[in-house]
Design a protein around this ligand. Structure first.
Ligand SMILES: Cc1cc2nc3c(=O)[nH]c(=O)nc-3n(C[C@H](O)[C@H](O)[C@H](O)COP(=O)(O)OP(=O)(O)OC[C@H]3O[C@@H](n4cnc5c(N)ncnc54)[C@H](O)[C@@H]3O)c2cc1C
Length: 158
């Protein structure tokens, strides 16, 4: 089990059959699926949302979908994950939870779920910088919009 950031930022080994678990509907899930399918890997995106990339802007979404579908990425919306086994991902329908499916032969599960905030710098500076503020992903991994909004808001306050 890996995070999307581990896959995108490091040389970590990823198997051939990959399930991407996307809980955000942002670019991260689609980006990591795109990156891995371009390497020839068999990729399925699983999300509990009504459709994959639900929170991506329509103009971007359209082109991204075209690319993902051309590369054979399987998209499984309205799908929750109940368990992850040695080589399986157990899923259920987000609408009718009795409808279950086990994805077999899975080598790697990649989570596009936001992850933990990296606030090491903020913590290190606490006590030594009088007027210190945390904004953006350092508070909680979200979007560029949230980071810019918080920066703008703070800038006006200072
Ligand atoms: C694959 C992927 C795709 C994404 N796609 C989208 C998208 O399409 N739309 C969208 O809105 N959001 C997207 N996001 C989320 C978006 O990138 C972040 O929400 C946004 O970049 C947060 O901005 P930030 O300035 O808070 O943090 P960052 O952009 O992470 O900037 C923090 C900076 O601080 C630096 N830094 C950290 N620690 C230190 C230190 N100790 N000393 C000096 N520098 C340090 C880092 O190197 C980094 O450059 C995506 C994220 C990922 C991972």
């Amino acid at each position: 089990m890996l995070t999307a950031r581990q896959v995108l930022e490091t040389d970590v080994a990823v198997g051939e059959r990959v399930v991407v678990v996307d809980t955000q509907g942002l670019m991260q899930g689609c980006d990591v699926a795109n990156y891995l399918s371009k390497q020839g890997k068999d990729v399925e995106i699983v999300t509990g949302m009504p459709y994959v990339g639900e929170n991506i802007q329509a103009g971007v979404w359209r082109h991204l979908y075209e690319e993902l579908l051309r590369q054979g990425v399987t998209m499984s919306p309205l799908t929750g994950v109940s368990a992850i086994g040695e080589s399986t991902v157990s899923t259920f329908s987000a609408v009718y939870t009795e409808a279950r499916r086990v994805i077999e032969g899975v080598d790697t599960v990649v989570f596009a779920s936001g992850g933990e905030a990296d606030d090491q710098l903020f913590r290190a500076l606490q006590g030594s910088v009088a007027d210190l503020h945390a904004i953006g992903d350092c508070v909680q991994p979200r979007t560029v919009e949230a980071a810019v909004y918080e920066g703008h808001k703070l800038g006006r306050l200072l």
